[in-house]
Design a protein around this ligand. Structure first.
Ligand code: HH2
Length: 257
């Protein structure tokens, strides 16, 4: 899943709007992305919130400009009205960092045919990194996602439409993030595909000492570890480098003899 941030302020790649975002998205597909995740609001820790109209003005022209591509598009938003407009424009997936906890979002997705990614977070982007506390982070995140899957299924969303995400960096310390990555295979108990978003995140900065612009090698390593531990989708900025790493992983797993 290639990240298309149509924002002025995303933590590592903000500043591409309109036509520039469209060209960037096309490059990600040429690089091997199977899904494009389009977002119009940064959710980095402390990010200011964006109004609905502004978010729509950012993402809809980009979705429209990519309609001819064969890869499915996902809308990265927690706002029901943005989901609704993006679905009308043809996106095939809703990526909700709020895991459809807003009833309007739940109903909207239930009344559509689109896929959905349910992500865990503790708190809100403005404050989530202040002091995240868990009794047992892996158990609590699995339990949260189990409840959200059940809520989605009860609302009429078939299990086959659901992907889950532990939400790396969303209200988690380095220790919490490492525990989740280490124990990612445990998420298989939920019976739906796992998506992992580790790309350029501050946990990788903490481990390597690199700023967001220099975290590509660490991001590729993290994506590979996530896939080795069962992730079916990795949400990344550096598509070509990640695809190359996956080719090596696939070869060693028997695709090349
Ligand atoms: N991370 C970000 C945004 N959306 N969605 C899912 N499902 N999983 C994630 O880990 C995830 C996400 C934050 O990263 P990014 O889009 O690179 O930055 P920003 O929020 O600053 O635009």
């Amino acid at each position: 899943m290639g990240i298309v941030n149509v924002t002025p302020d995303s933590f590592s790649d903000g500043g591409r709007l309109g036509q520039e975002a469209i060209l960037h998205a096309r490059q990600l597909v040429a690089d091997g992305a199977d899904i494009l995740d389009i977002g119009g609001e940064s959710t980095r820790p402390g990010a200011p919130s964006v109004g609905v109209q502004e978010e729509l003005d950012r993402v809809l022209p980009v979705i429209d400009g990519l309609r001819d591509l064969s890869v499915p598009m996902s809308i990265d938003t927690f706002k029901p009205s943005v989901m609704k407009a993006a679905i009308a424009y043809g996106v095939q997936m809703v990526n909700d960092i709020n895991a459809l906890q807003d009833v309007a979002a739940l109903q909207l997705v239930a009344n559509s045919q689109v896929a959905v990614c349910l992500m865990h977070k503790q708190g809100d982007p403005q404050t989530m990194q202040n002091q995240p506390v868990y009794r047992d982070v892996v158990e609590e995140v699995i339990e949260f996602l189990r409840v959200r899957i059940e809520a989605a299924v009860s609302a009429g969303i078939a299990r086959e439409r659901i992907t889950i995400d532990p939400g790396f960096g969303f209200g988690k310390t380095l220790g919490h993030n490492m525990a989740l990555l280490r124990e990612l295979p445990r998420f298989a108990v939920l019976g739906v595909p796992v998506l992992a978003g580790l790309s350029r995140k501050s946990m990788l900065g903490e481990l390597t000492g690199q700023d967001a612009g220099h975290r590509m090698p660490a991001s590729v390593a993290a994506a590979l570890i996530a896939v080795q531990r069962g992730a079916k989708v990795v949400r990344v900025h550096d598509v070509r480098a990640t695809v190359d790493a996956m080719k090596v992983w696939n070869a060693i797993n028997g695709e090349v003899r």
